[in-house]
Design a protein around this ligand. Sequence first.
Ligand code: NDP
Length: 455
Amino acid sequence: MSQYDFDLFVIGGGSGGVRAGRIAAGHGARVAVAEEYRYGGTCVIRGCVPKKLLVYGSEFSHAFEDAAGFGWTVPPARFDWATMIANKDKEIGRLEKIYRGLFENAGAKTFDGRAALKDAHTVAIGETTVTAETILIATGGRPTKPAIPGAELMISSNEAFHLPALPKRVVVIGGGYIACEFAGIFNGFGSQVTQLYRGEQILRGFDADIRSHLAGELVKSGIDLRVKIDVTAVEKVAGGLLVHLTDGSSLEADCVMAATGRQPNTDGLGLEAVGVKTDADGAVVVDEYSRSSIGNIYAVGDVTNRINLTPVAIREGHAFADTVFGKKPRKADHTDVPAAVFSQPPVGTVGLSEEAARKAYGEVDIYRTTFRPMRATISGRDERILMKLVVDARSDRVIGAHMVGPEAGEIIQGLAIAIKAKATKADFDATVGIHPTAAEEFVTLREKVREPVKA
Ligand code: NDP
């Protein structure tokens, strides 16, 4: 019998923590978890899931518009924010119960409260103190706001899910995932949206063609997207908020949303006193096995600020549990992780951008197409899809696939398997398309768009 109360204590009941605790329990470990708020973490409670529900809700406005070209007469549609939010909350409540149940059914003990380390094997949850042989930090991250006057008047994505009413005029600050997604959500529901990005082009780090194509589509969808501009201050004025910009101009808004990044939740965890190293952003520094600088303390998910995506956190948690409790040491694989931005239209991406591929491989072949989706021919919507393949010229391997257009996430998920399996461009060419789909374009791209550039 171990000298400790538990074999594993998990701090944080989000995606990474739940998977790790459940798998460790399956390997026979005595597991406990502390969660201070609601089970499910960012993804289920205030991230991926409620966001996607809002995306679905807001997309109906485009469908109503498109229907006319197909012969439908749609009476002026009215949208009720309160109904959307109540139904979304009901679904989140259902999922939260499932998440908590996953732990309890696995035989883990749950503590409802905030946990902090007392020493490398002791955790305090309020007045209660327990010991564990291994501790897993899975506390996730939280949104940050720019440090400018009036920041307290801004909302973050956390509050966006619970606004009392749909704001008429919204300013979204940022050019990342969350900014592009919420600009689309508010725009779809009928708010007047201005998205402000400080850099040259939104979605820094993504393929340049994807960035500029999406920016164009966002503008066509009605978002007032402005780049190379930032907010200097927000002030309360009669009738709303006044947003001051770096070019000296100002904008009136009812809601200002900062989507300016997230930071790891490591404050007040007692990490410093125990000797767990964190980096300049406050993230727990871990090795490939998610082990921190203290041998029995591990960390997974956004708190480690590696790739901040739910499926990655889940894999890190699973690999940790197999390594430490399953006698199967393995690392989470962080290569070729596909991702989607649920903007309207969405972006799907896997592997390297053209720019990153040229740096890593030197010679690359690029295949690219833009076209009008078939649905838009009759609906009349001014919309174009972009698809792009990046191919290593030497091996013929497809090392990047990117798309902007309807169902981009669904389509790229399939291509991600091909890329993981190291498919070549010849394999893509040998694959028969499904007609008529947009996705078939990925197997019918024949013309290189640029000559390979020597490294
Ligand atoms: P990102 O890091 O993706 O984007 C932050 C944006 O805010 C960037 O455009 C950044 O500009 C800008 N920014 C940062 N600081 C400031 C500032 N002080 N003033 C003005 N602009 C600023 O963060 P998000 O918050 O959008 O998302 C966080 C992470 O969560 C993502 O990176 C992703 O890993 C994950 N996520 C994934 C989703 C998905 O899979 N669909 C959805 C939502 C989040 P710059 O480029 O110049 O740094």
